[in-house]
Design a binder for this molecule. Sequence first.
Ligand SMILES: *Cc1c(COP(=O)(O)O)cnc(C)c1O
Length: 379
Amino acid sequence: MTKRVNLIRPLVEQLHPYVPGEQPKIEGLIKLNTNENPYPPSPKVLDAVRAATDARLRLYPNPTAQALCERLADVHGCQPENIIIGNGSDELLTLAVRAFVEPISAIRGSNSSSATVQFFDPSYSLYPVLAEIHGSATNAVPLAKDFRLPTPAQLEARGQWRFDAALTLITTPNAPSGRGFPTCELKALCEYQNGVTILDEAYVDFAEENALSLALQFPHVLVARTFSKSYSLCFQRIGYFVGSALLIRALHKVRDSYNVNGLGQVAALATLDDLPYYQKNFRKIIASRTKLTSELTSMGFTVFPSQANFILAKPPGPSAEIWLKMLREEKILVRWFNKPKIKQYLRITIGSNNEVAALLKAVHSSLVSNSGSSELKEP
Ligand SMILES: *Cc1c(COP(=O)(O)O)cnc(C)c1O
C-alpha cells in the first residue's frame, strides 16, 4: 500500500487555531465568559424568525442580504454600496485578510508590508489566527500598561508600528481591556495609515462615541459591527462592514455566494425595527457595569474603566487563575487569559442584575473565607 504523507498542508499542521470561550452546558451556570448579552432578543425578532420558518427554507436566501444592506444604509446615512453583510463580523475579518493582504509566499523580494496584518496587543485574539491561516505576517504592537491608544508620534518614536501595513485591525472599544478609544485619536491614526484600517466596533453600543464617520470619510477605513453582542443575536451570525464602495466591492469578490443565512437576515431586519427595545438594554447593561465596577473596587479589585459589556479586573489576594476556579465552584464562569500582559486579570461579562448580584455575593464570600488565613498571597 502507498504510504500517504503530507495530506495536510504544513501551514495548517502548524496552525494555532482560535480558542473560543467555553460554552459548557451546566445547569444553573452563570455565564459571564463570552460577552453575550444577558437579555433575550426582542419578542418581535423571535416572532419574525418563527414566521419565516416554513417551506421557504428550501430556497436560497438573498445572496447579498440586499434588504438588510438598504436598512443599514438608512440607519447609518450612507449608500447600500457602502455596506457588506457577513456570517458574523468574524467572517468579514477573514474576507478582509483574503482581499487586502498577500501571503508571505507571494511577495518574494518585494516589501513585506503588503503581507502584514497589524494590531495592538492585547486586542481581539482572532486577528493573529486569521493572518496565520492566510500565510501572512503579523505585527503585534504592545499597548502601554494603561491600554491607551498611542499617538502616531509615539508609534513612530517606538519604531515597531508600520504605517504601511496592508491591514491594520483596531478593536475599539478595545477587548479585553474595555478601554474606549476617542474618535479624534482614531482619526489621527487613520490619517497616517497607508493600508486598509479596520475599526472593529463589536462593543460600540456600550460606548460613549463611535467612529463610523471615519469609514465614510476615508477610502481606506472600514468599521466592523456585529449584531452578536449588543443585539443579542450571536446565534444567528450577522455582522457587517461599513466603508468605501471600493473596499466593499473587493470584499464581495472573495466571499461565498450565500454567506449570510436567511433566518439571520430576517432576524437582523426585525432587530432594526425595534431599536428602542435594545437601547433600553444598553442602558441597563451600562448601569450594571457602573455598579459592578464600583462594588468590586470597594472590595479591593482594580478595575479598568470600561466602554464595553465587560470589565477587566485584577482581583485582590490569590491569582486571577485561582479566582477563576473559586468562582467556577460557585457556578460562575468568567474569562481568564493565560497571556503575559493580562494573566493577572479576569474579564467579566456584564450579566443581568441578578447575575451581577450573584457574582458580587460569591466574590464577597470568597474574600471573607480567605481573610484571616495567611494564604491571601499566591502560593
Ligand atoms: C465578538 C467579537 C467579534 C465577532 O463577532 P461576530 O459577529 O459574532 O462574529 C468581532 N470582533 C470583536 C472584537 C469581538 O469581540
